[in-house]
Design a protein around this ligand. Structure first.
Ligand SMILES: [Zn+2]
Ligand SMILES: [Zn+2]
Length: 255
């Protein structure tokens, strides 16, 4: 037989290869671990960054509960119970025969450790569905834009992260509250006033974007090709790019 997930040849009777079985069990355990932060994320006054929640004060009164998260928990709950019934040989539609009374977390853990995880008929299908749910859970708990580095703490130099709309950040190490804009500008200033600071086109583009300055990687490389921007052995100088950027902005506004 072939593994239903990766198609490698498996021993007789196995619907998943050993690697995929481990991965499947790992994803189920990770989801079990995410159940509590997921419930915490239902509170709309929390930062969506559920793995390290910080309470925020929103400008408008928030909806008390995040419906997208509620839907996701419902879907995960239904899927986990359905998977458990499949594993235990109970007809998926005949849910009344399922006498289990455990919560979602316990159900996920039970599925991960089930002896039939790599032998039941629909293993590949469920692995696919569970992977998809795990991706959605990750997006709720760690939205990519929420984890942007904006600069270092003014007191202890810890790298701070903030969402695009955050006005204030609290340093996770020393607890100092500071304005996000100040942190961003300070970072830009250190980068641009110190002409030994170098980076790749991508680094510079990213660092500037965080501070609200738009310059694409392509623009930076084009400047180099046109001989406007010197490239050093260790990359471009932030201050050179900054000067060109400010210059090109001025030209645009004059036109
Ligand atoms: Zn496999
Ligand atoms: Zn600090």
């Amino acid at each position: 037989m072939n593994c239903q997930n990766c198609k490698t040849i498996t021993e007789g009777g196995y619907t998943l290869c050993a690697t995929c079985e481990l991965r499947f069990a790992g994803t189920l355990l990770r989801l079990a671990h995410d159940v509590t932060p997921l419930h915490d994320s239902l509170d709309a006054t929390l930062h969506p960054g559920g793995h390290s929640p910080v309470r925020i004060q929103t400008a408008t009164p928030p909806t008390p509960i995040r419906l997208d998260v509620l839907d996701l928990i419902d879907m995960l709950d239904a899927t986990a119970r359905e998977l458990w019934r499949c594993l235990d040989g109970i007809d998926a539609l005949d849910w009344r025969k399922d006498k289990r009374n455990e919560d979602l977390k316990a159900t996920l853990i039970a599925c991960a450790g089930h002896p039939r995880l790599a032998t039941f008929t629909d293993a590949g299908l469920y692995m696919h569905v569970i992977n998809d749910l795990a991706r959605k859970v990750d997006t709720v708990l760690d939205p990519p834009e929420q984890r942007r580095e904006i600069g270092t703490c003014e007191l202890c130099e810890t790298m701070l992260t903030a969402g695009a709309a955050d006005q204030w950040v609290t340093c996770p190490v020393c607890g100092r509250e500071q304005r996000a804009q100040t942190v961003k500008l300070r970072r830009l200033k250190t980068l641009c006033w110190d002409d030994s600071e170098r980076g790749s086109a991508a680094d510079i583009s990213k660092a500037f974007a965080v501070s609200g300055l738009k310059v694409s990687r392509k623009t930076i490389t084009t400047w180099e090709q046109r001989g406007k921007l010197p490239r050093h052995a260790d990359g471009y100088a932030y201050c050179d790019v900054y000067r060109l950027l400010i210059g090109s902005d001025l030209t645009k506004s004059v036109r």
